[in-house]
Write a protein that binds this ligand. Structure first.
Ligand code: LIP
Length: 269
């Protein structure tokens, strides 16, 4: 079993506490008071409650760290603090609201612009993924590694599909067309942080998606790197959690997958 650092312990404790609230709310999802955030993009009372718990827990443990959270945005000290928690209290909100048991809490720690730790917790399957720079990646205290499949035809690849008001559908269809005929399967489960955790655990061999936010991918980037995988933007540029696209794979499939994905002209704004 891994020796967990103080940072990882804080992150796991906070995720555990927020998960208790999410599990309770998931059990009565039909009664949740929800408000619309945008087309097909709901924010639930459970989401806000989980974010509040995470804010309290993380701030109590490390009062001088900044916070960047999906629902409330950046704290006032974001520009000046050396470290920042990057948090999605409920990744996979649409799954949650539809009663699909596939969602997660995602917490990353950024230090002077570098991602140094990540925790992704699936409270329904009770799967706690965590990783810290230089210390490897773990699932429920057992070391995880990316898969060793090195042929596209054997590979199971995850992605995200643009939905109403989000993303570029024609571009996505071109990508899906390029990839799906060359691999063993493509999956879309709707929780980016878990897609990345599954690459880290060797369940998926690769994952690509566009138009995500920092809180969706920050923790998962650390997991994949520490599990021995490769992460970049689509096209190969170095990834940052602010990047608009992500391609994460095991050690060998990064270049072949990157070559398959069509080179898209940058979108005009
Ligand atoms: C969602 C992701 C999902 C992605 C959506 C969205 P949310 O996060 O995890 O996989 O395709 O664009 O960002 O909104 O549930 O936290």
């Amino acid at each position: 079993m891994a020796t967990r650092s103080a940072h990882i312990n804080v992150m796991i404790r906070s995720a555990d506490k927020a998960a208790r609230a999410l599990r309770r709310d998931y059990g009565e999802v039909a009664n949740l008071q929800v408000s619309r955030k945008g087309p097909a993009d709901f924010v639930s009372a459970a989401d806000l409650k989980a974010e509040q718990i995470l804010r309290e827990e993380l701030s109590r443990a490390r009062p001088d760290y900044a916070l960047l959270m999906e629902e409330s945005g950046a704290s006032a000290n974001r520009a000046t603090a050396e470290r920042c928690w990057i948090v999605d209290p409920l990744d996979g909100t649409t799954n949650f609201l539809h009663g699909l048991p596939h969602f997660a809490i995602s917490i990353a720690l950024e230090e002077r612009g570098e991602l140094i730790a990540g925790v992704v917790f699936d409270p329904i399957k009770n799967e706690m993924y965590y990783a810290e720079k230089g210390q490897g990646a773990y699932l429920n205290n057992r070391r995880i590694r990316v898969s060793s499949r090195d042929r596209l035809e054997d590979a199971l690849i995850a992605t995200g599909i643009p939905f109403m008001g989000h993303g570029d559908r024609p571009a996505f269809m071109a990508e899906l067309d390029a990839v799906s005929g060359k691999v063993a399967g493509v999956r879309r489960w709707g929780t980016a942080s878990l897609d990345l955790a599954y690459v880290a655990a060797g369940r998926y061999d690769g994952y690509w998606e566009r138009d995500l936010s920092s809180w969706d991918i920050a923790a998962g980037i650390v997991l994949v790197r520490e599990a021995g995988g490769q992460v970049s933007e689509i096209g190969g540029k170095n990834i940052r959690h602010q990047s608009a696209s992500i391609l994460a794979t095991n050690e060998t499939l990064h270049t072949p997958l990157n070559r398959l994905l069509p080179k898209l002209a940058p979108k005009s704004v």
